[in-house]
Design a protein around this ligand. Structure first.
Ligand SMILES: *Cc1c(COP(=O)(O)O)cnc(C)c1O
Length: 393
């Protein structure tokens, strides 16, 4: 491949990198020195501060968003043969958790502007077996929750928001986390709050919160960490065959520091997004993300779309040229219905969801994280602009 950019940078710019400084390192090393490594006081404090932050009645810390969604579906009473409607434009986790129950993930198409699940497609997919809807806030921008809740109310469905990208996101001036039956978060290494691995469930319902907590730790009927403290007792009861999804105090200590930095990290991503918007918004071959007036955009991802009619190369070649320029990028996502498992199990073809299929072919996620330097941002802008100019038709 011929190099079309002037040498942009000497070292590779990773697509994502956590924003970690001495504060996280101190918090984690204090926990290690304390001798208490697993679920304990740090987790309890993280849950309390997280619930207060998003305005939720309950927050249950777990070891991934996948676990969080699994527990939310379990607490909802999902059964084999039930159906759960979700978007094809999401990560593996959102639909696989439905399969854990031998239930059916019913995929639907997206809104072409926000890339979020299209409410009219949800309505068309509801059947007597539908039990829940899992909207995903793609890149962090809120899905059309009012329309989704209207459908849910009409048909008696549970709404579980996959908010892995949506921390913090305001939908109609309300912070995501207190709006639906359940909201689930990811603290995976690349997310806007990173603990390495981790997740959170928020809910307003006492019984659901209790069920999630019990099932997150072997189906044991009380806070197991109390068992090991001096106030605790040796007695416990197993009330269901639960899972092993608890968060460690090491992760929670990091989460507490990250939570205190959330606004600061968000501000930096807003700055970067504004620079990208300004640089790419005027280019005829590039389409910048558009923010819906109902939602803020925390820019967990900055999904640039190519105007393929204005370029002589496709998206894959564009990415290849960015790699040559030492810029790490990604694609969010290859729609679920295009993957072998979903194709073979449910007989999907790419054209079944034409909007997702079309947008997939022209999307590139650019690096956007608070640990990026001004030079990093300039380098991304330079490389993207040079490639777009070179292949413009
Ligand atoms: C990252 C992600 C998940 C999975 O999160 P884990 O914490 O890794 O389980 C689920 N849904 C979406 C939309 C994600 O981006």
């Amino acid at each position: 491949m011929t190099v079309v950019t002037s040498p942009v940078r000497a070292t590779f710019l990773p697509f994502a990198k956590p924003d970690v400084d001495h504060r996280e390192i101190k918090a984690v090393s204090d926990v290690i020195a304390s001798g208490w490594l697993t679920t304990g006081p740090q987790v309890k404090q993280f849950e309390a501060e997280f619930a207060a932050f998003v305005g939720a009645k309950h927050a249950i810390a777990v070891n991934s968003a996948t676990a969080a969604m699994h527990l939310a579906l379990e607490a909802s009473g999902l059964q084999a043969g039930d159906e759960v409607i979700t978007t094809t434009m999401t990560f593996a986790a959102t639909a696989e958790v439905v399969r854990y129950f031998n239930a059916k993930p019913v995929l639907v198409d997206i809104d072409p502007i926000t890339l979020n699940i299209a409410p009219d497609q949800i309505e068309a997919a509801v059947t007597p077996r539908t039990k829940a809807i899992i909207p995903v806030h793609v890149a962090g921008q809120a899905a059309d929750l009012d329309a989704i809740h209207q459908i849910a109310q009409r048909h008696g469905l549970i709404v579980i928001e996959d908010a892995a990208h949506a921390l913090p996101t305001y939908y109609k001036n309300r912070l995501i986390g207190s709006i639906s039956d359940f909201t689930t978060y990811s603290f995976y290494a690349t997310k806007t709050l990173a603990t390495g691995e981790g997740g959170m469930i928020t809910t307003h319902d006492d019984a659901w919160a209790d069920r999630c907590r019990v099932m997150s730790l072997h189906g044991i009927s009380k806070d197991a960490w109390k068992r090991y403290t001096s106030e605790g007792s040796w007695y416990y009861e197993i009330v269901a065959p639960g899972y092993k999804y608890n968060m460690t105090d090491v992760a929670a200590a990091m989460g507490l520091v990250q939570l205190s930095k959330l606004d600061e990290m968000n501000r930096r991503r807003q700055q970067i997004a504004a620079q990208y918007d300004q640089a790419f918004g005027v280019h005829p071959a590039l389409e910048i993300p558009r923010t819906h007036p109902d939602s803020t955009h925390p820019y967990h991802l900055y999904i640039l779309r190519l105007n393929l009619a204005a370029l002589s190369i496709d998206r894959n070649a564009f990415i290849q040229h960015l790699r040559e320029a030492n810029i790490g990028v990604s694609v969010h996502w290859i729609p679920l219905h295009m993957h072998p498992y979903y194709r073979e199990t449910y007989g999907y073809t790419p054209e079944d969801f034409p909007v997702a299929y079309r947008e997939y072919q022209r999307m590139i996620s650019l690096p956007i994280y608070s640990a990026m330097s001004d030079q990093d941002v300039t380098d991304v802008i330079t490389a993207v602009t040079q490639i777009a100019n070179h292949f413009r038709v």
